[in-house]
Design a protein around this ligand. Structure first.
Ligand code: HEM
Length: 213
């Protein structure tokens, strides 16, 4: 049986990959939308708004899952700076997953535009009508989208570094939720943990599943 806390839970993994897909799609839809002057603009916007609100709801669920089930500890031998970078980028991603949809919604509210989810469901405004606020929020939405994209790229690079170079089990714990047992490791907060990220898929040694208890 797998010990609690040494692997990502199934809901955490499903939410991670589903949201990764949705957010990347949203970034491309957003850029395609603002670059388009044809009727495609309206079509993309009609997808962008409900998908953005879906991301907001999923981010809230994900935050609850994250707070209830802390992630597996990082490898004990990971340099402190890399641990700090991991922690910072993960919380930045959470902040942006929540902020981006809220800013988009507030922006349209400030502009006096209805936020329609489909043809009949209209969301209430969350910001008073103000042309100045609309302009500020419009810029903020673009800048935060860029920050989200850069953080996503850094996150992906780090995942590949763990999976292909360090082979320390961090990537496979999000892919399969399985981890080989290993000597002591350190949690996010620095506390020792029973199990560590031992090896990623493709690394040497017997099948990881055999060593999971
Ligand atoms: C995670 C969620 C979201 C992401 C990643 C995202 C991403 C983007 C991106 C990349 C752009 C283009 C920015 C630029 O190049 O200036 C954009 C524009 C826009 N977004 Fe979002 N967005 C999200 C949520 C929302 C939500 C929830 C709404 C509204 C309810 C919204 C409304 C808009 C609007 C109105 C524009 C400008 C369209 C235009 O000027 O033609 N976004 N978004």
């Amino acid at each position: 049986m797998t010990t609690a806390g040494d692997t990502f839970t199934l809901p955490a993994r499903v939410l991670h990959w589903l949201m990764a897909l949705l957010i990347v799609a949203m970034l491309f839809i957003g850029v395609g939308m603002v670059a388009s002057v044809s009727e495609r603009h309206e079509w993309l916007l009609a997808i962008h708004k409900p998908l953005g609100i879906a991301i907001l709801l999923l981010a809230i669920v994900r935050l609850a899952v994250r707070l209830r089930h802390p992630p597996p500890p990082l490898p004990a031998d990971l340099p402190a700076l890399q641990k700090l970078a991991a922690l910072t980028s993960h919380w930045l991603l959470y902040a942006l997953m929540l902020a981006m949809p809220l800013i988009g919604w507030a922006m349209l509210s400030a502009g006096g535009y209805p936020v329609m989810l489909g043809s009949s469901l209209r969301l209430p405004p969350i910001f008073p009508v103000s042309p100045v606020a609309f302009a500020v929020l419009r810029h903020l939405h673009g800048w935060f989208a860029m920050l989200l994209f850069l953080t996503f790229l850094a996150h992906m690079a780090a995942a590949l570094y763990h999976g292909l170079i360090r082979r320390d089990g961090v990537l496979s714990s999000m892919l399969r939720g399985r981890r080989k047992t290993a000597p002591a490791s350190i949690g996010y907060s620095g506390e020792p943990a029973e199990n560590a990220h031992a090896a990623d898929a493709g690394s040497n040694g017997p099948d990881a599943a055999e060593r999971i208890e």
